[in-house]
Design a protein around this ligand. Structure first.
Ligand code: ITT
Length: 212
């Protein structure tokens, strides 16, 4: 009997986990989260780029688990705030941080700026393996911030982020639809050929071991 190879999704954000699981469901890989292995690691996100932070998260969890790991570092960039909150998107405004408090603080910061409030989500996905150099992929999703929340889906800033060329917020899209347009969906789709390369080799190794 051959077990599926395992990939650990290196995030504590449940919304990201759902989206990444959906994006990778076509691959013959068992997708684990840190809690599945009893891991509870808080990675200090002190990098100066999304790529640095994503790679730090992926490498930390890969080393802790011995598995190939996939991490995402992402953020919202608002032109009227000179690109903020950006790398600080998860630590924006007063503590304790919640999705509601972050959205309220963003709208408070924008209150005196003329609309439209052009913005984009940016995600960098990193893949790290014990036996390989790490690699990153980026995805960007353009849109604008709106003052009134719409939609119940997604997480974070989704209810106040309207996608360019539509009158829908991210939170009004279903999971599959969000993944089609989102920064994370774009980055993960770029990463899939590398995952196939990594796990394809493992599958061949498994077959060799089984027949010997
Ligand atoms: P991990 O580090 O454990 O992955 P996190 O939520 O802290 O979880 P980040 O450091 O990448 O993740 O912070 C990104 C923040 O940007 C996130 O907390 C949201 O507030 C926001 N964000 C990122 N992607 C988003 C999306 O698809 N929809 C809404 N908000 C998003």
């Amino acid at each position: 009997m051959k077990n599926n190879p395992q990939l650990i999704i290196a995030t504590n954000n449940k919304g990201k986990v759902e989206e990444i699981q959906s994006l990778l469901q076509g691959l013959d890989i068992a997708l684990l989260v840190p809690a599945d292995l009893g891991l509870n690691i808080e990675v200090i996100e002190n990098g100066t780029t999304y790529a640095e932070n994503a790679m730090k998260k992926a490498q930390t969890l890969s080393q802790a688990s011995g598995l190939t790991s996939l991490a995402d570092d992402s953020g919202l960039e608002v032109d009227a705030l000179n690109g903020k909150p950006g790398l600080q998107s998860n630590r924006f405004g007063p503590e304790p941080y919640t999705d509601t408090s972050r959205r309220a603080y963003l709208l408070h910061k924008l209150a005196d700026s003329p609309r439209p409030w052009a913005a984009r989500f940016r995600a960098t996905v990193a893949i790290a393996s014990p036996e390989r150099a790490g690699i990153t992929f980026e995805g960007v999703c353009p849109g604008e911030i709106i003052p009134d929340e719409r939609g119940e889906n997604g997480f974070g800033y989704d209810p106040i982020f309207q996608l360019d060329g539509t009158d829908h917020t991210m939170a009004e899209l279903g999971l599959i639809e969000k993944n089609r347009f989102s920064h994370r969906g774009k980055a993960i789709r770029k990463a899939i050929p590398i995952l196939i390369e990594i796990f394809g080799n493992n599958l061949i190794m498994d077959l060799v071991q089984e027949s010997s």
